[in-house]
Design a protein around this ligand. Structure first.
Ligand SMILES: [Fe+2]
Length: 258
């Protein structure tokens, strides 16, 4: 197959991708308690292996999201009814963590692009939802105005990390951002909305160029929906309980192109 086919698709279908942009939102009470228990069990019963990072205080059971959907038709039905049609190729992962997450975009990475199954895709929607939250957990996710069409990305202007253990592309230069209408957003030194309490693992310099579109609280059963190209990060609202553990999942949905 042609290398960079996914990036070519992103280029050729750029306007289609932009036309589907919309503000992030929450589908309340999307999953029942039984649904969540099924997903909770699935990650342990079907893990091929487990990734654990002491530095990130993060444990991930590695499962195939595609296989999970194949084996659980109700998931395909439920998300198709709520979101619309999507390609059978999906990406995503489970996580268990007590730590915040930095600003990033979850999409296909450069390694995955070489896999022929990804050649007819363009990015569409992402979802993130909790499967388990410890008592009185105050966990929030912030969705930025900034969108970026391309690979999975982590944004680290000041070289905080070398991310040797992540397949996400690391961006030192914050260029290529567009807004919800596809207009270019220049890289700036402003960090509107940032405070250390709110974004404990994102230094102010790394937040510069980002601005919040919305912040939602993680609630059991609710599902946050956002543009797969949309930058997001976890955050801690002032005065909220910063001591929590969460088990959750993110899934990326793609549209098929021919
Ligand atoms: Fe994410």
């Amino acid at each position: 197959m042609t290398r960079h086919q996914y990036l070519n698709n992103c280029h050729n279908y750029r306007q289609d991708i932009i036309d589907r942009f919309e503000p992030a939102y929450v589908m309340e009470k999307f999953f029942s308690d039984d649904d969540l228990q099924t997903l909770m069990d699935y990650q342990f019963q079907n893990a091929k292996r487990v990734k654990a990072r002491a530095s990130g205080m993060n444990i991930q059971s590695v499962v195939s999201v595609q296989r999970m959907f194949r084996e659980n038709q109700w998931l395909t039905d439920k998300f198709t009814e709520a979101l619309g049609e999507f390609d059978e190729i999906l990406t995503g992962n489970f996580y268990i963590t007590i730590m915040h997450h930095d600003a990033h975009v979850d999409l296909i990475n450069e390694d995955e692009e070489n896999d022929p199954v990804f050649q007819n895709l363009i990015p569409w929607k992402s979802v993130v939802f909790p499967i388990f939250l410890s008592d009185n957990a105050d966990c929030y996710t912030a969705f930025m105005h900034q969108r970026r069409i391309g690979y999975a990305a982590t944004f680290d202007r000041i070289s905080l990390t070398d991310q040797g253990d992540s397949s996400y592309k690391l961006f030192r230069d914050y260029d290529g951002f567009i807004d919800i209408n596809g207009n270019p957003l220049p890289s700036t030194n402003d960090s509107p909305g940032w405070s250390e309490e709110k974004y404990p693992i994102i230094p102010k310099e790394n937040f510069s160029g980002f601005s919040e579109e919305s912040i939602f609280k993680q609630r059991m059963g609710d599902v946050m929906v956002f543009d797969a190209c949309q930058v997001h990060a976890s955050c801690q609202l002032p005065g909220s309980n910063p001591h929590w553990m969460k088990n959750g999942m993110n899934i990326q949905f793609y549209k098929t192109v021919t």
